[in-house]
Design a protein around this ligand. Sequence first.
Ligand code: NAD
Ligand code: UPG
Length: 324
Amino acid sequence: MSGKYLVTGGAGYVGSVVAQHLLEAGCEVTVLDNLTTGFREGVPAGAAFIEGDIRDAAKWLDPSYDAVLHFAAFSQVGESVVKPEKYWDNNVAGTMALLGAMREAGVRKLVFSSTAATYGEPKEVPIVESAPTSPTNPYGASKLAVDHMITGEAAAHGLGAVSLRYFNVAGAYGKQGERHDPESHLIPLVLQVAQGRRDAISVFGDDYPTPDGTCVRDYIHVADLADAHLLALKAATPGEHLICNLGNGEGFSVRQVIETVRQVTGHPIPEVVAPRRGGDPAVLVASAATAREKLGWNPSRADLAGIVADAWEFARSISTAREQ
Ligand SMILES: NC(=O)c1ccc[n+]([C@@H]2O[C@H](COP(=O)([O-])OP(=O)(O)OC[C@H]3O[C@@H](n4cnc5c(N)ncnc54)[C@H](O)[C@@H]3O)[C@@H](O)[C@H]2O)c1
Ligand SMILES: O=c1ccn([C@@H]2O[C@H](COP(=O)(O)OP(=O)(O)O[C@H]3O[C@H](CO)[C@@H](O)[C@H](O)[C@H]3O)[C@@H](O)[C@H]2O)c(=O)[nH]1
């Protein structure tokens, strides 16, 4: 594979792993990131780095780019409920500016990080792409708005686009992994308990209509996700907007995740039941049949214990680096 790609948000968790995969495939990569939630040291060696905002993308985009992979966004469900304006501004207004800059520069291919949160509380699982979209939080609403924006851009201006609706991303890839600060995601938080950096994990609600009362999610390995991005670049077709769910089709409850972390790490993990977190659907599980059919995607790291083991190795490596 060859080509020159702009990776927005490539100092963050998912963007840095995809940037690394692009480099390993032989591509030229420029990361554009304003480091609001990302880390300069997260940008893979070999990628060019621009510290800047997607709203100013016109300053840097030029026709030499073959495509943009757009990860830059705010992405915390709970925060979006209390600060919705932050999400409309960065995710929606920011992407509008980026699409305008791409149009001006004649860059006509896009892979966008959409999300399972666009669906809201599903009527049927596994969730297919034609399911109703009724987000239960402003984060999901902002991403759905961008998906609609991209559909229009493809129809009116010939953009070739793929939106990948990730379910819950986890795991690590070499030196790239999840290190949000503050952390809000379940697996890295439970690992912090295993490391003794937190006393206990809060279980946000145990009265959901699920087998053990806690929320069920579909966890996908970040490296499987990265593979899908490279396939999406090949599949993007001028004038078309393809939307694909990415998950493993199997749901795990919050309590099952905690138990898996106990088994993988060998550490006891105290848990305390806390109130529900605003905006959380009870169950999100993907049908990834479209990704398999249209992208030829074939995930190979679906086992939850393996995903947790990779995240654990990464968590220990950054703790060691912090102590040195
Ligand atoms: N992690 C998940 O489970 C998950 C699931 C579904 C979708 N997503 C989506 O995937 C993408 C990446 O998520 P992540 O977990 O890697 O998040 P992250 O916070 O680690 O990465 C986002 C990156 O974007 C940068 N950024 C934010 N706003 C910017 C702006 N205006 N200009 C330039 N850079 C900006 C941040 O500094 C950060 O490096 C996001 O769009 C998110 O909505 C993530
Ligand atoms: O301390 C914690 C943290 C989380 N949870 C629960 O664990 C589940 C998973 O939460 P989290 O890891 O924060 O992920 P989600 O809120 O499901 O959101 C992720 O997955 C979505 C797709 O499903 C993406 O859209 C989001 O960007 C991404 O953050 C949810 O039920 C949370 O309520 C807890 O019980 N305790």
